[in-house]
Design a protein around this ligand. Structure first.
Ligand SMILES: [Fe+2]
Length: 264
């Protein structure tokens, strides 16, 4: 009975915001961009590198600057929700439900079948979009105050271990802030730490439960904006798990109102 209750609440929350379709010309343009940039890459070699590094790969300045700037302009028109958990994280966010309404380029980047197919080839498992009402499916992380950061963590996003994959696309970086990753924390190999600058257009791909990662504190008068995209090999969740993830996201990222009407 309680499971049925949780299911009903989950369905009501999930149905509040119906996603708008991406205008076809924008989706076509973004698909063509992914096709062009991936066409220049050596997928088998990158797959070897991805697995040799414990399911981690960084593609420096992959997305053309002009498209990145347009995606950033969409985000700049949004009203992000600022969240801070002392000693854990501090940043501003725009969640997936809002992005689908106000950011067609970001939405097209995440939903592109070309991107999903390439990721599926790279990882060797079918990548699937997360639920349209999952604010973490695709969201912005905007570090804009001195000290903004993210403590070390794994991305599991409510999925089983090894089932959730994160893609971080840098939209803006005028900062000394760095993405810090520890590779091989779960495969028994010697742990390797990398401290990485993510210039605009750079795409970072990794398995969320295998790469221990953090974001170093932002310096004064600096700004760094990331579009975080998340896919799963099996995006299904029990109603209780779904509710837990939504309440957690509301408290830690998108604000309590996100539970009933999206993060904005
Ligand atoms: Fe993360």
């Amino acid at each position: 009975m309680m499971e049925r209750f949780a299911g009903r609440v989950a369905i009501r929350i999930g149905d509040v915001i119906a996603p708008l379709p991406v205008p076809a010309p924008i989706q076509n343009e973004v698909d063509a961009m992914w096709r062009a940039v991936f066409g220049r890459l050596d997928l088998p070699a990158l797959r070897d590198q991805f697995f040799a590094d414990g399911e981690f790969l960084m593609l420096d300045r992959l997305v053309p600057a002009a498209l990145v700037e347009r995606a950033l302009a969409e985000i700049d028109d949004a009203r992000p929700t600022r969240s801070k958990v002392p000693f854990v994280r501090a940043a501003r966010h725009v969640g997936w439900r809002t992005l689908q309404r106000i950011a067609p380029i970001s939405t097209a980047l995440y939903k592109s079948s070309v991107f999903i197919d390439w990721m599926t080839e790279l990882v060797g498992q079918p990548m699937q979009l997360k639920h349209p009402s999952d604010d973490h499916a695709c969201a912005t992380y905007e570090y804009e105050r001195a000290g903004d950061h993210m403590r070390f963590h794994y991305d599991t996003c409510g999925c089983d271990d090894g089932a959730s994959y994160s893609q971080l696309l840098s939209l803006h970086d005028r900062s000394t802030q760095r993405l810090v990753v520890d590779l091989h924390t779960t495969d028994g190999k010697p742990i390797e730490r990398r401290t990485l600058q993510t210039l605009p257009g750079t795409l970072t791909l990794f398995c969320g439960s295998k790469v221990w990662h953090a974001v170093s504190p932002l310096g004064r008068h600096e700004r760094r904006v990331i579009l975080s995209m998340s896919y799963a090999t099996d995006p299904s969740m029990t109603p209780w798990r779904w509710l837990y993830e939504n309440v957690k996201d509301a408290l830690l990222y998108f604000g309590p109102l996100s539970l009933i009407k999206g993060d904005r």
